[in-house]
Structures are given as C-alpha cells and as structure tokens.
Design a protein around this ligand. Structure first.
Ligand SMILES: Nc1nc2c(ncn2[C@@H]2O[C@H](COP(=O)(O)OP(=O)(O)OP(=O)(O)O)[C@@H](O)[C@H]2O)c(=O)[nH]1
Ligand SMILES: [Mg+2]
Length: 391
C-alpha cells in the first residue's frame, strides 16, 4: 500500500519526516516505495528547518499563514491554525496533485499533534479539502494525544484536543489514535525521547505497507495482505500495535529436519509477538469495542505454518469477538517473528470520551466566568455614570 503522508505543525511534520525515513528503508531493503510523497506543512519556518528526510524544497516543506504569523506559529490557538489552513489549502492540494508518483497512491495519511495550534487546527480542515478534491481515495488521520503533564498545566490543551478530535472524526475515514504518554520512558532527555517515540509510532506501518507491494514470489505469503484489506479494516477510531520475538538460531543449529518442538516454539513466538503488540497498542482501549481487526505476521518462511496462523486468529477472535478479522502472512528470508495488529471501528475509547467530557465542563465554566465578567463591568458602568469626564 502506498500513502501520501502530510504532517501538520511540529509534531505532524516530525512524524511525516519519520515516514520519509521509513520509505527510504523500504527502498533500500525491499526495493520499492511505500510513500509516494511526504510533505510537512507549518506556520513555523524554524520547525520546518529542523526536519531531516523530507526534501527541503518549498514543494515539500510548505509554509502557510506567514502573513498572519510572521512565520512563528500560532501559539496554540487552534482556531487560527484552522483559519490559516482554510485560506492556504489550495497550496497543499496543488502540491499533492503535482507530485510525481501521485497516481500510484492508495490513500492519504494526515498527521498532527492534537494539543498544539497549527496541526490541531489544520488537520481536519485539510482532510475536508483533500476529500472534496480526491473523492476516490480514503483519507486517514494520525492524531497524537499529549503527555499527561501538558494537560495538568494548561486548560487550552484539553480544549484543543477535544475540538481537533471531534472535527477530524467528522471528516476522516479513520483516525489512528496515538497517546504520547504510552511511549514515555523516564530518565531520557526530551528531544531524544520524542525521536524515539516517533520511530515507535511509525514502526507498525513498515511491514503493513510493504506486504502488499512485494513482487518477488518468495516474499509473497499464502495470504497476502494488500491495500484492499487495510482499507476495508480502517473505519473511525483506530489503534495499532507492533510486537516482535527474537530470531531463531540458524538452521544448522536446529538440526536436520523439523522437530515437533520447533514447531511449537514457532507458534509460541508468534503468540508472544502478538501479546506484545496488543499490550503496546497506541492507545489504551478495550478490544471488545472494536468492530474490525487486522493482523499481519512476518517471519522467516520456514517458521510460518498453519497452526501459527490459526493460533493468532483464535487469540484475536477471543479478544475482539464482534470484530470482522482480516489477516495476512509476509514471509522473509531471515530475522525476527513480528506481528502488526490494528483494531478499528472502536465504539468507545475511554481517553477520547474523557477529553470530550472535560472540554464540555471547561466550556461551561468559561461561559460562567465570562458572564461574571460582563456583570462586573456593568457594575462599574453603573457607578461611573455620575463621575464627570475630562474629555
Ligand atoms: N510524539 C510526538 N509528539 C510531539 C512532537 N512534537 C510535539 N509533540 C506533541 O504535540 C503537541 C504540540 O503540538 P505541536 O505540533 O508542537 O504544535 P503545532 O502544531 O506546531 O502548533 P503551534 O506551535 O502552536 O503553532 C504536544 O502535545 C507535544 O507533546 C514529536 O516530535 N513527537
Ligand atoms: Mg509549532
């Protein structure tokens, strides 16, 4: 599957940059593209300069709203981010259309941090505009939720997250929810930490996008997972995960022929990787709430067997009994056994629901406070009228 990836704001831009790196890896290791074009869009020129892999020309690093912001961002006001995106949408849509491999694109992936201003405001507006223009291609959002400490210190964070999530939900075909807090590791400097988190966020996409693009017969599984399966799976609130079990010893050490014990170990390894993928899902959720699921197993060809696939299928079915489950296998020559999982069309995600609840009470508090302010002004106005003016 091939994506056009567009990152908005600092967070979105950096993760789009990570997708550009993922594509470079696909080209060098597998010999094909999984990203037809990676773009970063921002109101902040300095943020765009900090990217590494996205091409540095103006067609790939797109500045919007410079007249309004002077190139310095929107300072967490996501309404302004949305307004600027509306005004400059044509610039982005036009760049996408003229990109070289656009015709091969299966879907769009738009990325932003929900708590900021530019990305949070722009992502839904741009999703809507791109959707109107390219009716036949699905548009997905990947939305990053803030760390806990950001929420504790700033009401605007909750407001931005809630408005961003609601607006995206109205227009995007599916939303990958990514909770920063799930990826934190203590005692790590923040910038290294963000880079590490970003690479963990994109990791599950590698085999997922590569599997359907393989042309060499030895890498084509018994059950290919292609763009059609992925598109059929992705609807509404979505989470994804990735797990990995270490490689087996080389064949010479495992003896001649295939011992039954090895087969059991292979199945165990697959289940272990699936366990890791599920416990590391990009947002905490209850799998029972998902209506669609997908898993992809990638392992050395000799380790993929019917029992393993069946075992994984049973695991997911027990976990998400109401979900339509799609699956695939992606044989490799060597390396670890890894599993990618997607749970989609979630009818509930506690964290998202909490944001909406918190934002509603925040808005009602704000209204009360504003009403109070208006009353007190009226009070002054009343007392002031008897004082002579010097003007
Ligand atoms: N995972 C991850 N999160 C990030 C990164 N950079 C920022 N964030 C998160 O994104 C949110 C802030 O959004 P930004 O992308 O910095 O904001 P922006 O869209 O540039 O908007 P303004 O700067 O207000 O114009 C916070 O919750 C950060 O924790 C990143 O590289 N990776
Ligand atoms: Mg910024």
């Amino acid at each position: 599957m091939k994506l056009v990836v567009v990152g908005f704001g600092q967070c979105g831009g950096r993760i789009a940059d990570e997708f550009a790196r993922l594509n470079a890896r696909a080209r060098s290791l597998r010999g094909f593209n999984i990203v037809t074009s990676a773009l970063a869009v921002n109101t902040d020129i300095a943020d765009l300069s900090g990217l590494h892999t996205i091409k540095s020309n103006y067609q790939h690093r797109i500045v919007i709203g410079s007249r309004k912001t002077g190139g310095h961002g929107v300072g967490k006001i996501n309404e302004l981010g949305a307004e600027i995106a509306r005004e400059d949408a044509d610039k982005v849509v036009e760049t996408i259309r003229s990109s070289k491999h656009f015709a091969e694109t299966d879907a769009f992936l738009l990325i932003a941090g929900a708590a900021g201003g530019t990305g949070s405001g722009a992502i839904s507006v741009m999703t809507q505009q791109i959707k109107e223009r390219y009716v036949d291609k699905p548009i997905y959002n990947l939305i990053v939720l803030p760390f806990e400490h950001e929420e504790a210190t700033e009401d605007r964070t909750v407001y931005n997250v809630a408005t961003c999530l609601k607006s995206s939900y109205l227009v995007a075909d599916a939303i990958f929810l990514v909770d920063n807090q799930r990826y934190t590791m203590k005692d790590s400097p923040i910038s290294a930490n963000l880079a590490r988190i970003n690479s963990m966020i994109v990791q599950p996409f590698f085999n997922l996008l590569c599997a359907g693009e393989e042309k060499k017969s030895r890498y084509i599984g018994a059950k290919i997972l292609d763009a059609g399966d992925i598109i059929q799976t992705l609807v509404g609130w979505t989470t994804l995960g990735y797990g990995r079990s270490p490689s087996s010893p080389p064949k010479s050490l495992s003896g001649r022929g295939r011992d039954f014990r090895h087969k059991a170990t292979e199945t165990q390894k697959g289940v272990q990787a699936l366990d890791e993928a599920v416990s590391g899902l990009s947002i905490k959720c209850n799998p029972i709430d998902s209506k669609r699921a997908l898993y992809l197993i990638s392992a050395p060809a000799r380790e993929i067997n019917v029992d393993l696939i069946k075992e994984l299928g049973t695991y997911i079915k027990n976990m998400a009994p109401e979900a339509i489950i799609r699956s695939g296998d992606y044989p490799r020559e060597k390396g670890a056994t890894d599993v990618t999982v997607i749970l989609s069309e979630m009818s509930d995600v506690e964290k998202v629901r909490n944001y909406f609840t918190k934002a509603i009470s925040l808005i009602s508090d704000l209204k009360k406070r504003q009403a109070g302010l208006v009353n007190s002004q009226r009070g002054i106005d009343i007392t002031i009228k008897d004082i002579p003016s010097l003007l």
